[in-house]
Design a protein around this ligand. Sequence first.
Ligand SMILES: C[S@@+](CC[C@H](N)C(=O)[O-])C[C@H]1O[C@@H](n2cnc3c(N)ncnc32)[C@H](O)[C@@H]1O
Ligand code: SF4
Ligand code: SF4
Length: 348
Amino acid sequence: MSKVLRFEITDKCNLNCEMCWSTNWKHEDMEMNTIKKIIEDFSRHEKNGIVVLTSREPLLSKNFESTLDLCTKLGLDIKILTNGTLLNDHFCNIITSYNVSFVGISLHGNREKHDSIVNVKGAFQKTIDGIKKLNFYKQKNSKENLEIRITSVISKDLINSVDEIVNIASMLNVDIRLQHIMWHSEETKIKNKFVLKQEFNYDDNIIDGFPSKCPIDVAEIKELIRIFKYKAKEKNVDLQIYPNLTDAELCEWYADKSDVNIQNQKKFCDHCSTSIRLRANGKVSLCQYIDKEIGDLKVSNLDEVIYNNIEYKNICNKLENGELYPICYRCCHCRNDLLVENKKNYKI
Ligand SMILES: C[S@@+](CC[C@H](N)C(=O)[O-])C[C@H]1O[C@@H](n2cnc3c(N)ncnc32)[C@H](O)[C@@H]1O
Ligand code: SF4
Ligand code: SF4
């Protein structure tokens, strides 16, 4: 299976979402000569590979268009995750002119709720305008196969926004992905830091960016999913729930107990063996949530950092065999091999 390059071409962001783990960034763009070197190297290894532009806000990179252009020339498939606030005519036109197959746009509630979650007044309206505009350019530039999906992270108040979000999706002819919120108790945070320090001598602070309290209780989340499914069906909107948890898993994910022993779960992670997580400073991390450095693509190449790196392969093998870290328990990439549905690989 070919690998996905999860590429942070910038670590700038114009919002400050309350649930986002993205803290401590340097606010830098990766330079185009480095992007070019890495993307060309990647395309040599992965013919028809996938590049996901994500984390933090890719549209803020001065090299956004040049990156789309380069990936398109090399035949790579591009997927973009954005908060949608910057989707003006220029960006919508270029996104629909290059090889982009998917755009996920974050919307976490109605006007009041969304603005309060992202901590920027007026963000809701900008995102709605952005979705409309992108859809307009999708038609104008005949990009019928471009998938546009509203991505909503689960929160307690989302229940009051279901109607509005589904109506917006239906009106604008886009789909929805509902994302379970990754949160971690203080106990898990401490344990995770301890385990990563022991194993890699790595001082983790990424986990501190996640909420520490269970944001919604089990009865509410079940009701939220029931209403979302009902409304989406009624309005003919496709709804993905990510990850697609069983009832039992749902109860555990949203149980407000202080800790869960991941080693007792029949779960595994193949995300690290199928993805390369590249930071704006050129460093490759184990994954988005464990910033242990695997190598530096500014000074080395993908053969050294990924393809011939025995230490990295050993970590990936352990994860594939279910030897996970405390943070993995509530990670959207952690999967249960007993569930066929969870085997669906969304690749974004
Ligand atoms: C880090 S963002 C990067 C892309 C872009 N800035 C955005 O907000 O869409 C990637 C995705 O993670 C989601 N996200 C942020 N915090 C989360 C959390 N604690 N649990 C689950 N998803 C989260 C965002 O809503 C977004 O869909
Ligand atoms: S979720 Fe996206 S938009 Fe929100 S702060 Fe994080 S990176 Fe920025
Ligand atoms: S399951 Fe664990 S190792 Fe895999 S992506 Fe999630 S946090 Fe990283």
